[in-house]
Design a protein around this ligand. Sequence first.
Ligand code: SF4
Length: 446
Amino acid sequence: MSTQMLSARRGVATDEMRQVARDEDVTLEWLLPKMASGSIIIPSNNVRPQKIHNVGIGKGLKTKVNVNIGTSTLNVDLPGEIEKARVAVKYHADTIMDLSDGGDVGEIRRTLLEAAAPITFGTVPIYEAYNHGISVHKNPLNLTEDDYLNAFENNVKDGVDYTTVHCGITKDIAKRILQVRRHGGVVSKGGTITAAWMLKHDKENPYLTHYDYMIEIAKKYDVTFSLGDALRPGSILDSHDELQVQEMINISRLAKRAHEQGVQVMIEGPGHVPLNEVAANVRLAKSLIGDVPYYVLGPLVTDVASGHDHIASAIGAAVSASEGVDLLCYLTPSEHLALPNAEEVKAGLIAYRIAAHAGDLVKIREKAIKWDAAMTEARRTLDWERQLALSIDPEEAARIHGRTGQHPGNNVPCTMCGGACVYMMLPQQKIYTPADAISVEPDMAV
Ligand code: SF4
């Protein structure tokens, strides 16, 4: 029984490690020690049915972006979810999480895994437990401890590469929730279900009680734990309160227990955080969790951007990435309002790929800057084909560039400045006049 982490500790490079080394332009000699210590992970379930494009997540690598898809109890549309998965893959998501909790969640998961998502795939097993609680027990709070564990095992055995497990929230913290009286309450669905279950049954969190058993299962399938932040703030007013920080301390201890057994771990973070606390959040987390990969949702830097939460959170995401966050979980324009459609999935993903790259320009500048340098040269030389191709969203760039009947070809300005195009007016370049725009042919525009 081996895992990526245990292989790295033995000095044995796997196919996944070789692929990540190629993609990231690093050597295996550089990569393996970091995987052995847990500062870099490659989520990769060993029973995943098909070959996928794995990614490395962690210190010194490019910031990765996750796209959440999945049904809710009020909207079950499997073809729609497949379409979202395809959009996510087309626009270069690094990982997909299926958060389905409505319909036949097992069937939905397997369909998405096999048909639509040949990339790293994550789930939140407690959503399956919740679904089971409603359909079988008529109340999710009537779940048994076995139901919690079965949901985890079902996800693992289907081949998911990583699972969010909310094992940092304890019965004591759940009781404290009632006293702290947060402004925004508890906004993690998994955290809320678990807290309510613990308070109803006066029992400890099943995912904490049986954590060692789950480590055994995760080790057998080489599934990565994404230790969930059940108590992430859901309001700017609650950022960094005692509940959030207490859970983070618990999670840091649980990460060490998984590492002792060779199970890969990443740790989840907020949420809603004011801009002046985003960098502090990453530094606090890293001081507690060390170099364990940190995976944050945004964070949103204001609560009032409904309809545009992908922008409000991409601002926080860029800062958090620049400070050392390793995986960004996107938000879409429909956050807080509705289940996203495919178009909103694309909008959120593009916003987050921008945020990730902006962070990388700080975090791994020497590598990341090559993309910007190529674009700068394409702009300066009015090489439109290359400019469009280098854009983070070439389709959208081409649509906008072409919508006002731009003169085709290179070495001509766009309608933004027209005759005042700075690239045409420099002494060593042709002085452009509006008449030229009509007469010049693409192959003459040199
Ligand atoms: S016209 Fe203005 S915006 Fe367009 S390429 Fe020239 S300088 Fe850039």
